[in-house]
Ligand binder design. Structure first.
Ligand SMILES: Cc1cc2nc3c(=O)[nH]c(=O)nc-3n(C[C@H](O)[C@H](O)[C@H](O)COP(=O)(O)O)c2cc1C
Length: 741
């Protein structure tokens, strides 16, 4: 609901919001430019009477003096029968130049207020401001949900580039945007007379004035007592009019002044509503508060960025999920399917289940696990299909599942069946689905079927589970789902460096380029003089589909696409279909690959040190981070191999990076030398140094096998104990990240 509330007005209003933001940003410059071109007298420095005295010589026939909220002083006068208007120096009364309001500025103001369309335009501008209020408020709530609570609102952001840009910009400008949008809605409501702007003081027109010769303006008592900084407008009487009087408007009120006695004839204060209106007007336009105008104008410039990244995020989410036909509403469905997925393959399986059940006559509601409802009124069964990521962690569409589940206290009327999707190569095979099933049974939720697990998206295992579901429902259910092969790019092996054969750990650093055969990519890349590789960064993953299999194997990337190569580091496993294929691939050989973004695994920006820890091929992405460390961020590498002679991966490059300061310190240890040391041993030995680094906000990035990662965690917990923190604390702070396989 919150997401719809955010994305719908966003998409609708994107164009208008951008228009209002850009024009608003341009207009926000006006008060500051005016302020720059104006000499502002301090309060108490000069009275209105003194000013009129200074103006008298140059402008004997002054008609009116106007002082704008930004302090510009304009004199309207008659000279030789011609009317004119000049900007004057408020301290000296000297002419600065003719007053010629910029026609560009007036045009931009009209565009901002009414899109040059008069009343319908004003209405659109008002509605756009209202949509912007909805966007800012729903955006803050959405961010709090995404970050896991209000206290986490300022924590580092993870996600794709679009998501990070959208959130980072949003967090900085949100208060300013809300202020501009709310004040805009208020001004628009005033335009359409939905609320009152109050009454600008209209003093009584005096019936009687003193008779006699008018005194010189600079001698009038009321004007002598009036400070120039209070002035808004002074209208002179017609020359030689015995009934004439001065009309004076100030920030607080307005009145008439006798031209003979110089005393007030009448005076009326503005009412409170009008003072409030003027205050809001000042907040919206920055007129009279130029620095606020500039800040709000700068904030408004974030809107075009957000208007591009917002729809991009929306499009990505919508285009990558399969569309469900006949998706019943949550409270009318008899069968609910909740899906936990990161790269969407589980949605394909869910759709097959959904379609088959709909065909069998069930009313089915399918949704992400993050949308678990507190009540499914008509449901008789709930299926949960979920993948697992990291160390038994939730995939993206299930991150808020437990938070929501915690809030449900009543026993459901339906029975549940959990189906995990995972990969047996991971130590926590279907770890997240297992956690879900354990939690549901601890809560006493009835079970339709025990937990089942699907390895590597196996269609056979899924069909077998379908049979079990059919039996439980009392009808036959044939679930045939062949996972769609991800769209791949053909890459050609351009270079390889082999290591580790002597120590029974054959490992290769492989560098690929876009294949010559890929005509579509070649055309585009030739046009833009690019490598033809899909976009990726070091730390992302490449999925490679080995011949004879439909299921991709993932490898961490040691390069970024801007390097012009795709580099991975692969260890050959005796029975590994993909690793054998890759490690025996000749130069010129092709692979089919696609990119899976892994934006969580990146060095943090800023000056804090980065500690990189890995063993064996885990060095791959860390090499990428070091290679791109042109800002000379302090980087400390801990790495474990077998023998310095045989499998010291990347040794020459690492030495170069030490010399040019992209790498601060290299700690390589080997298990098949006299030292017999593993990387966790070196970590324990360096406890004091690491404590110091962590105290100075260091971030730790670990890449490698789960066993190594567990040993590192134990060693670091011992090191952190005296600081009264643990690895879990660092994880919560986003300062400990793992890429573990
Ligand atoms: C980076 C990464 C980490 C993974 N971690 C695990 C894991 O810890 N346990 C597991 O069983 N499967 C793990 N998998 C395998 C996925 O859960 C499995 O491929 C799943 O079918 C993907 O579903 P999805 O495409 O819907 O996200 C991991 C896959 C990747 C790419």
């Amino acid at each position: 609901m919150l997401r719809q509330l955010h994305s719908l007005p966003g998409l609708l209003a994107a164009l208008f919001v951008v228009l209002l933001a850009v024009t608003g940003a341009i207009l926000s410059l006006n008060p500051a430019l005016e302020r720059l071109a104006t000499v502002l007298p301090a309060a108490g420095q000069i009275s209105v009477a003194e000013l009129t005295g200074k103006l008298a010589k140059r402008y004997p026939e002054t008609e009116q003096i106007v002082r704008t909220p930004s302090g510009t002083l304009i004199v309207y006068f008659t000279r030789d029968g011609q009317v004119g208007a000049d900007r004057v120096n408020p301290q000296t009364g000297e002419t600065i130049g003719p007053y010629e309001p910029s026609s560009f500025s007036r045009w931009v103001k009209n565009l901002h207020r009414s899109l040059l369309l008069d009343t319908p335009g004003r209405a659109i501008a008002g509605i756009t401001a209202l949509l912007l209020v909805t966007l800012t408020i729903s955006g803050v709530f959405l961010l709090a949900t995404r970050m896991g609570g209000w206290r986490q609102l300022l924590q580092p952001v993870r996600g794709t580039l679009s998501q990070r840009l959208h959130i980072e910009f949003g967090r900085v400008v949100i208060i300013g945007l809300l202020l501009s949008a709310l004040t805009g809605v208020y001004l628009s409501a005033i335009t359409f007379e939905l609320i009152s702007e109050g009454i600008e003081a209209e003093p009584e027109l005096p019936q009687q004035v003193s008779s006699g010769i008018p005194a010189a303006t600079n001698t009038l008592a009321a004007l002598k007592a009036m400070d120039l900084t209070q002035l808004r407008e002074l209208v002179y009487p017609y020359p030689n009019d015995p009934d004439g009087m001065y009309s004076l408007t100030t920030e607080q009120g307005a009145g008439y002044i006798d031209q003979v006695s110089g005393e007030w004839l009448s005076y009326q204060e503005h009412d409170a509503t009008h003072v409030f209106y003027e205050f809001i007007y000042m907040l919206h336009t920055g007129e009279g508060l130029w620095w606020l105008g500039i800040i709000l104008g700068l904030f408004a410039l974030a809107i075009p960025v957000m208007a591009v990244t917002g729809p991009l995020i929306w499009w990505k989410r919508h285009s990558s999920k399969p569309k469900f036909a006949a998706n019943s509403a949550a409270n009318t469905a008899d069968t609910v399917i909740l899906v936990g997925s990161e790269s969407n393959s589980t949605w394909g399986f869910a759709k097959t289940l959904h379609d088959n059940l709909v065909q069998a006559g069930y009313r089915v509601h399918s949704a992400p696990m993050n949308q678990l409802a507190s009540n499914y009124r008509s449901a008789q069964r709930l299926f949960i299909l979920s993948a697992t990521y990291g160390d038994g962690d939730a995939p993206a569409s299930a991150k808020q599942f437990f938070q929501r589940l915690e809030k449900i206290h009543q026993q459901p009327t339906f029975a549940t069946a959990v189906l995990g999707f995972g990969d047996r190569q991971y130590p926590q095979f279907c770890g997240f689905a297992k956690k879900v099933e354990e939690t549901l049974s601890a809560k006493g939720w009835p079970q339709l079927l025990p937990l089942d697990r699907i390895n590597r998206q196996s269609p056979q295992e899924f069909a077998r589970w379908g049979n079990a579901v059919g039996k439980a429902l009392g009808s036959e259910l044939t679930l045939v789902h062949i996972p769609t092969r991800p769209k791949t790019t053909t890459l050609t092996l351009a270079e390889r460096v082999d290591y580790g054969v002597d120590v029974q750990a054959p490992t290769a650093v492989l560098r690929f380029i876009a294949s010559e055969n890929n005509t579509e990519i070649n055309l585009i890349s030739r046009l833009f003089k690019r490598s033809g590789l899909p976009p990726f960064d070091a730390g992302d993953l490449v999925g490679i589909i080995p011949p004879g299999s439909q299921v991709p194997r993932f490898y961490s990337l040691a390069s970024a696409s801007k390097d012009g190569i795709l580099e991975i580091c692969v260890r050959q496993h005796p029975n590994g279909l993909c690793s054998n294929f890759l490690c025996t691939l000749p130069i010129g050989g092709n692979i089919e690959a696609f990119i899976q973004l892994n934006p969580d695994f990146r060095p943090a920006s800023g000056k804090a040190p980065i500690v990189l820890i890995s063993a064996g091929t885990g060095i791959g992405p860390l090499m990428g981070f070091i290679r791109h460390n042109w800002a000379h961020h302090p980087m400390y590498l801990y790495w474990g191999g077998r023998s310095p002679q045989s499998d010291f991966l990347y040794e020459p490059e690492l030495n170069t990076y030490l010399k040019d300061k992209r790498l601060t310190e290299l700690n390589a240890v080997f298990s098949r030398t006299n030292d017999r040391a593993y990387v966790q041993d070196k970590i324990s030995l360096d406890g004091e140094k690491l404590r110091k680094l962590i105290k100075s906000d260091a971030q730790i990035l670990v890449c490698g096998g789960r066993d190594m990662a567990n040993s590192i965690m134990t060693a670091l917990n011992d090191i952190l104990a005296p600081l009264d923190i643990s690895v879990v604390t660092l994880k919560v702070q986003g300062r400990y990240r793992e890429d573990v396989y």
